[in-house]
Write a protein of this length. Sequence first.
Length: 283
Amino acid sequence: MFVVTQFIGIYVVNHYLSTGNNLPYGMTPPEVQSESDYTNSFLPSIIISFIIAISLLFLLTKFKSEIIMKIWFFIVVTLALGITITSFLPASAYTSLYVLIIALPLAFIKIYRRNFLVHNFTELFIYPVIAAVFVPLLNLMTVIILLILISAYDVWAVWHSGMMQKMAKYQINKLKIFAGFFVPYVSGKLRAKIKKMKPSQLKKSKIKVNLAILGGGDIIFPIISAGVMLKTLGFWPAVLVIIGAGLGLTYLFVSAEKKKFYPAMPFITAGILLAIIISLLLF
């Protein structure tokens, strides 16, 4: 799912870059006037935007504002799905409006009717849009700075403050939604026990399952990095970034202990930076 989302991401980014960054629903990013805009204007604005968004999410979590958060997520998911689906369809004046017929019910099921298949399927198409908004505002240097800052924040939020765990558990247990991928699974021993149970027993049983989860930030920042490489050096360097991010995430999955939270971004960032170095040497 992670890799598929990355490739959908560079397709969507490339589509909107080729159309002059004209995203529907009024989400077109500002134009770059000079090279200094990346470091002096856009990077600080992006960092401040993330700080505000994370702070707002934390406050809403702290004060248990489920209704507001669900409405917020519903609007974001609807717009994101609409923009991504629009990129796959022939251009017309009303295409972005027509795709809302698809986006609205999917967003409703995702937010208000818990279904992990719909949840994960829609996640594939949400993060490419965020990348399409931010890629035009970043160059290679600023995306490296952003990756390092986000990785440092991820370490602090997971291993020191525990803020990420609190927000993730609140989203899953209270909101019944989660910003990222989640896959329920059971142990081999429990799976064997379930197979022996009769249908009537299964209906009455309360089976506790484990969850493998990957946060949305761990998905979006590799897409942004690949998008910047696509814009700067071309398709194959972008693919190398996806491979590097995938290898970093794979290393984490292989080495991590179950039932523990880990900051994924440092591992993903290490793979991305290695891919960037190789790309600069080869291309």
